[in-house]
Ligand binder design. Structure first.
Ligand code: G3I
Length: 405
């Protein structure tokens, strides 16, 4: 069922529901609840694609059929959580294995979902043959340059015409706590692989290689901790990314978008929706699209939360819903924000359940919008309400982005 954008709480305009026009006085009583509609349909009211990361293996897991059911119905865009990463597609040098990535693309196409390709250049999840070869000196820096070009060219060409947005370069920028409050391109031993072995021009070259291989995909720079601007000085990661993209664009590098991952935790301050909208709009002022690309909101797993104490659960889930909502409202209020993607949608499989985020493995978890039994959490309804109860003048249709040349 499709709701027209004129349905706004308290609005005088009539709402059109299917073929019926409902008078305003009756609309509030008879309009269907947003909870009964999909995120995908609600996003359509604003031209906003709503997405999730997909774990391809779970699409065939018969012990949890809800995964595939929700993945195929709630979302209009999907991102491969792992299967397009370099270690997945070229586990042995010179031998590609596209099987899982192709299965992911097939799933998306069957469900009429747009694809965010993820990810071409990252310091993480590189094939072992590459990192070991560089460490051992059997792969030289000259060869590294040729290998990156080949990787991007071959992967983008393999999926040519099927990808809406590519995350071309991911997480190239340091965090303030890593580099003494002065942000820079990552150049440390563990995360500076590309800077150290290719040189700083790896970023501009990556976008050029990707554009040459698919002229129609939107090419994104993607990072976390850029949800809002801070001091706008040397310690402000969002400002660094803004300056970097401005510089790339001034040099004619074909970059079309900035993705803000949106990995949040209720234990931190995070941001209000106006700060997030301001950041999205400031990035867009560079002439690029924006997107929320990996939203999730973790809870610090206190003993009370682990024990399922209802007060602790209530507190955590309210804070979580507020943070999801802030991200969504910030995106909605910025018309160049083309998509809002959650990084997994259930607490059973979300990556935070096994990852050590500074509190031990699973120490910050319960980050998703459905619980571990695939029941909707407060955060899901908050997102649906944001999509349903908004419209002109503050929320407008999305402004399409065309690939830059
Ligand atoms: O493939 C192996 C498998 O063979 C093995 O049996 C299993 C046992 O641990 O591990 C498997 O690898 C895991 C891989 O996911 C695939 O499931 C890795 O251990 C695990 O570290 C890896 O985690 C992924 C993480 O990126 C790696 O940094 C997460 O699933 C994925 O959600 C996460 O996604 C990243 C984005 O790409 C970029 N932004 C941050 C985001 C969250 O960290």
């Amino acid at each position: 069922m499709k709701l027209r954008r004129s349905i706004v709480i308290g609005a005088v305009a009539a709402a059109t529901v299917g073929a019926l026009t409902i008078a305003p006085a009756v609309a509030s009583l008879t309009a269907p609840s947003p909870a009964d509609q999909t995120l995908r349909d609600l996003g359509r009211r604003h031209g906003l694609a709503i997405g999730t990361a997909i774990n391809v293996d779970l699409l065939n897991d018969t012990t949890q059929p809800q995964y595939k059911q929700i993945a195929s119905t709630q979302f209009s865009t999907v991102s491969p959580e792992n299967v397009m990463k370099w270690e997945s597609v070229e586990p042995t040098q010179g031998t590609y294995d596209w099987s899982k990535a192709d299965a992911f693309v097939k799933f998306a196409q069957q469900n009429h979902q747009l694809i965010r390709g993820h990810v071409l250049v990252w310091h993480n999840q590189l094939p072992k043959w590459l990192t070991d070869g560089v460490t051992a000196g059997t792969i030289t820096k000259t060869q590294v340059r040729a290998l990156l070009k080949k990787h991007i060219t071959d992967e983008v060409a393999h999926f040519k015409g099927k990808i809406w947005q590519w995350d071309v370069v991911n997480e190239a920028v340091s965090d303030p706590w890593e580099t003494n409050n002065v942000i820079k391109l990552r150049d440390d031993a563990s995360k500076g692989f590309w800077y150290n072995n290719y040189g700083p021009d790896y970023i501009s070259d990556a976008f050029k290689f990707a554009r040459a291989a698919d002229p129609h995909a939107l090419l994104f720079y993607n990072d976390y901790n850029i949800d809002a601007f801070g001091s706008q000085g040397a310690d402000d990661k969002a400002q660094f990314v803004y300056n970097m993209v401005k510089d790339l664009k001034s040099k004619g590098v074909p970059i079309d978008g900035i993705g803000s991952q949106g990995h949040l935790s209720t234990r931190y301050g995070n941001f209000d929706s106006i700060q997030i909208a301001n950041a999205q709009n400031k990035f867009a002022s560079l002439g690029v699209a924006t997107a929320i690309t990996e939203a999730d909101v973790r809870s610090l797993m206190t003993d009370a939360l682990k024990a399922g104490d209802s007060n602790a659960v209530n507190e955590a889930f309210q804070a979580q819903a507020e943070n999801y909502s802030n991200l969504m409202q910030g995106c909605l209020a910025a018309p160049h924000c083309l998509s809002f993607t959650v990084w997994g949608f259930d607490d059973k499989n979300n990556w935070t359940t096994t990852t050590d985020l500074g509190s031990g493995p699973g120490g910050e978890a319960l980050a998703a919008i459905y619980d571990a039994n695939y029941q909707p959490k407060r955060a899901l309804n908050a997102l649906k309400a944001d999509l349903a109860y908004t419209g002109e003048p503050y929320v407008r249709d999305r402004i399409p982005q065309h690939p830059s040349r």
